[in-house]
Design a protein around this ligand. Structure first.
Ligand code: ADP
Length: 191
């Protein structure tokens, strides 16, 4: 199973990605987690992306695409993966298409979690209090939502045209949302 999880910051992508990937026996790959681990470890990549991520901007496509290319080449991703937070730009969609074409694989589905903006801001501010992420202040949260709407929301249209998009209501309990995602995945033609 090769899956993409789309959704605005705070939609619960990370939580659902972990549950859905475990259920399907594929790794959940989060570019945000990869960047955070590198920032924490003060690696050259971490130093390069620290300020960009702290301000809510997007890491340049060349950097992000190269990281995903390496990660997808790991053995655990050979029979499937769930991408969380990637692709986020049309350039990344093209890069992923290229990587998949090279390995002779295709995406099975794209799940877009839809949410209520006000509720999402509240969730993110609660997470900031919990986890102390540098990019969860209200100002940065709003900036990340604006960039999402501008850069990433159009990706849903691309995948819809390809017949891969499943919009799933991301509001409600974690269990409810997981059940909706699984229902959407099992409804796929040929699933
Ligand atoms: P969220 O989905 O809550 O916004 P993520 O953990 O997915 O957070 O990403 C955190 C930050 O990492 C983003 O705001 C961005 O700066 C950077 N980032 C993550 N994935 C990408 C990507 N695919 N392209 C560019 N930047 C990214």
């Amino acid at each position: 199973m090769r899956l993409i999880m789309l959704g605005p910051p705070g939609a619960g992508k990370g939580t659902q990605a972990a549950l859905v990937s475990a259920a399907h026996g594929v790794p959940a790959i989060s570019t945000g987690d990869i960047f955070r681990a590198n920032i924490k470890g003060e690696t050259p990549l971490g130093l390069q992306v620290k300020e960009i991520t702290a301000s809510g901007g997007y890491v340049p496509d060349e950097i992000t695409n190269a990281i995903v290319r390496d990660r997808l080449a790991e053995p655990d991703a050979s029979s499937g993966f769930l991408l969380d937070g990637y692709p986020r730009t049309t350039g990344q969609v093209e890069a992923l298409d290229q990587m998949l074409a090279e390995s002779g694989h295709a995406l099975d589905a794209v799940v877009e979690l839809t949410v209520d903006t006000d509720e999402v801001v509240q969730r993110l501010l609660a997470r900031a209090a919990d986890q102390g992420r540098a990019d969860d202040t209200e100002h940065v949260v709003r900036e990340r939502m604006r960039i999402y709407a501008e850069e990433t929301a159009p990706l849903a249209a691309v995948y819809r045209q390809r017949g891969l998009l499943h919009e799933v209501d991301g509001m409600g309990t974690v269990e409810d949302v997981t059940a909706r995602i699984e229902a959407a995945l099992s409804d796929r033609a040929g699933a």
